[in-house]
Design a protein around this ligand. Structure first.
Ligand code: DLL
Length: 432
């Protein structure tokens, strides 16, 4: 069985990997200095020129960049290549109207698809396989990334996108899908639907590649048992490339980072100090091969640990643990990134006060979100019909902003507990 998509890279010696990283980092720094005024200014502010960066050891001299920088630079402020050389844009769901858009040249798309092909090959994907991609297609990176990776790994690709469960199951059984790619919550939902419809004997799945949101080992075992497969984790973020920044191998003990393209660091989120391998902190990535949207020292806000422990799969790529949370307030609900500030913006716009609470839970492996909002003395009503109508309006407005359904419950004025310190806006009951 083919074990690696690019064996010479995935099993390279640490010295070889370091040599590639050194060379590519130096080239990347020169590229951003020459082509992106934002970076030149940031480096100049620190008294740096490209000559100061001679390799990975000098990475820590460079300034960090954050999501706020990206939002401020939207849409073209971080473009490293003329638009005529770009062939693709992918994007995150925007907060308060401001999105983050990531551009790709043909070369960028090519390397991204290699990363995803590594992930698919690592779970045993070959030209004999049928790979059902049930991540969303569109601006979200999940569908397009895994689609390209599946082509490169040689699988017959089923570009299903997410949703429409009946159709998913029909194609899964008709075409004998062997690999399933989707969010872990959707995988759990599909598993449940397969059992409900008595289709367990008709499915041929052997592996699943599930990511884009946090999921527990317990959930992994549950999905594996229900579907009779091995379930693998995959990690990524739009800003860096989408899925395939890191991927799990047969050992299932963390994800190998494609560090020939993305150099990971762990920092103390409060001081910015670089922490040694094995210590928990915020994950930071530098993309060293991207042409159109190169990010240097991008703070992901994901809390994580890196490990150089030898892996039984033979890959030498550094491993990251499952992300253990975030250092900002972003929630990931049904795979969609949600900031409390988005909810607040909708409430204020609709004439409600900023007294609200977001309650997130996971029921049958599927995320639920409820927004409790106080009525004001002005719009207070005890008519059930009026309250229901007001709630419905808010559901629609929230769906427009967030892209997902949130239940809304209007509560009496002054009934949400006031905090003496930071307001507790989010109650996350999910056990992850
Ligand atoms: O979620 C890219 C992706 C698509 C990854 C498909 C894997 C599979 P964004 O929508 O930009 O991109 O969200 C990125 O999602 O910073 C993490 O907080 C979280 N995340 C992604 N993968 C995992 C994972 C895609 N395996 C944000 N475990 C990241 C936990 C994850 N959290």
């Amino acid at each position: 069985m083919k074990r690696y998509y690019q064996p010479e890279i995935e099993t390279a010696s640490p010295e070889q990997m370091r040599a590639w990283q050194d060379e590519r980092l130096v080239k990347q720094v020169q590229h951003v200095w020459d082509n992106i005024p934002f970076y030149r200014k940031k480096m100049e502010e620190k008294g740096l020129t490209p000559a100061d960066i001679k390799g990975v050891d000098d990475l820590k001299k460079l300034p960090f960049i954050t999501k706020d920088d990206l939002r401020e630079c939207y849409p073209y402020g971080l473009l490293g290549k003329p638009l005529k050389d770009c062939v693709r844009i992918q994007s995150t769901s925007g907060t308060t109207g401001k999105r983050v858009g990531a551009f790709y040249t043909p070369h960028d798309v090519d390397l991204w698809e290699d990363c995803c092909a590594r992930a698919i090959t690592a779970v045993g994907g070959t030209e004999e396989d049928v790979c059902q991609v049930a991540y969303g297609y569109g601006l979200f990176t999940g569908g397009p990334g895994m689609n390209g990776g599946s082509h490169k790994a040689g699988c017959l690709t089923l570009p299903m996108s997410s949703g429409n469960t009946d159709r998913q199951l029909q194609f899964m059984t008709d075409l004998g899908a062997t690999i399933l790619c989707c969010t872990p919550s959707y995988a759990a939902y599909l598993a449940e639907s397969i059992h409900e419809r008595g289709l367990r004997d008709q499915i041929k799945l052997k592996a699943g590649i599930f990511g884009a949101e946090a999921w527990s080992e317990e959930m992994r075992r549950d999905i594996e048992k229900q579907l009779g497969i091995k379930a693998y984790d995959i990690y990524g973020l739009t800003e860096i490339t989408g899925p395939g920044v890191s991927f799990e191998c047969e050992e299932q003990t963390g994800m190998h980072v494609n560090e020939d393209h993305f150099i990971p660091e762990i920092i103390d989120p409060n001081t910015g100090e670089v922490l040694p391998d094995g210590v928990k902190g915020e994950l930071v990535f530098t993309s060293i091969t991207k042409e159109a949207f190169p990010l240097l020292r991008y703070r992901t806000r994901d809390i994580c640990v890196l490990s150089r422990k030898k892996c039984s799969c033979g890959r030498t790529l550094i491993k990251m643990a499952k992300p253990m949370g975030r250092s900002d307030d972003m929630l990931i609900i049904k795979g969609v990134n949600v900031f409390p500030s988005q909810v607040e913006a909708v409430l204020l716009e609709q004439g409600y006060p900023a007294n609200y609470q977001i309650i997130v839970d996971r029921v049958n492996h599927s995320d639920t979100m409820e927004v409790q909002v106080e009525m004001t003395p002005e719009n207070f009503s005890d008519s059930l019909a009026k309250i229901t109508a007001m709630e419905k309006n808010l559901v629609v407005a929230l769906k427009t902003m967030l892209g997902i359904y949130a239940k809304v419950k209007l509560v009496a004025p002054k009934s949400i507990t006031r905090s003496e310190g930071k307001a507790v806006r989010v109650i996350d009951k999910r056990k992850i």
